[in-house]
Design a protein around this ligand. Sequence first.
Ligand code: FCB
Length: 457
Amino acid sequence: MPVNAHYTFPPGFLWGTATAAHQVEGDPPANQWRAWEQAGRVHRGQTVGPGCGWWRGLWRDDFQRAAQAGHNALRFSVSWARIQPAPDRWDPDALAQYREWARTARALGLEPFVTLHHFTDPLWFTEQGGWENPAAVQAFAAFARRVGQALGDVVRFWATFNEPNVYAYRGFVEGVFPPGRVGDVRAAFRVLAHMAQAHAAAYEALHRLQPDLRVGIVLHYRGMRPARAWFPLERLVTAWHHRLFNDFFWHALVRGRLMGPTGFTRPAAGLRGTLDYVGLNYYTEDRVRFVWYPGELFGRHALPAGVPQSAHGEIAVVPQGFYRALAWARGFGVPIYVTENGIDDAADAVRPLYLATHVHQMWRALINNWPIRGYFHWSLMDNFEWEWGWDRHFGLWACDPQTQVRKPRSSAHLYAAIAAANGLTTDAVRRYAAAALPLVFPEAGLAALRADEASGR
Ligand code: FCB
């Protein structure tokens, strides 16, 4: 007897995918990433080129694809450099284009989630000192106001920034994102402080235009656990790293305090409570080992051993880490949207397992009554993955930038089944993610095992 079960999500739960302007639009405007690519700073000298052809019109096909697959939401970002090509110039055509995207999404039954800043800055802004310059705050608020005026009647959900901590860490500490500075922790925290202030200013500006808009921020949460829980020093170092990397915006927006490079905080006006929802991006979780080396801040990060990994070994499948991330997001005291979650896996060997087990953990979190309202898988189709260019594959659909042909991976069908059922069913998991069956539906997994044994397989 096959066991059938169904983990149901609340009515109206949002199932979507996430994208970002620079990664999908192609034919980039004058932003700092285009300059970075032209300077040969991306893996194998790659550039975004035509992207996924969205700026040439392919956005429409992809929106339709998402709608046909039963999604009911879509996250995309707008390009600041297109909208404001010079400090004193706004491009009405660019705004009209994004308005068309939002209207079409809505007409297709996809709730549009718009991100104002997803890693890219106009070159003129970079030349003025970028996010290290305090003037960035008002510049960004003016940009947010313009976009709000143009799209505010169509778009209800706004995110000011995508992953400010990743922007600051990769650009100023690791140096793999522009401006490519290494080890400049002080600059990283200056950038974060300005982004927090810019977030608050944009929050106010959007609400002044339309009080009922929902304005949030998208945060990258990197799970961190001590490699040896019995080792007090290791626990301490892990907690410290967690605080520096994950907690900046919790202190800023919940407590109204800005953190400095040592982890201490000081009060700052105007930040507290400027959040209608929190966007959570979760990919994986680290194990942290204590090391006698200040260059790594006394902690070395590695992925946990013995679990499946992404194609290039940068993401380990740790679904319980997602549960822990959701518990953390709950600390903001506002509704939670999972704004990214996914894995680099061109062969789609691990993604079905990843997807099923992560959706399962989200369901576990939901039945505690944690306020989770939607989930966006990263990404709809393969796209330009920043420092790795086209060599990472996060799409539910494969996308070849040369031919612009899209091909659904098995995970696209699994995700469609999840959206159609508004939850996870044994049927869908059996069909598309058999390896996840014993983890997600232990009873059904056991029954399948018995059937195998009985038939001598
Ligand atoms: C996130 C970014 C997104 C994409 C995924 C894989 O950190 O927000 O643009 O690169 O990682």
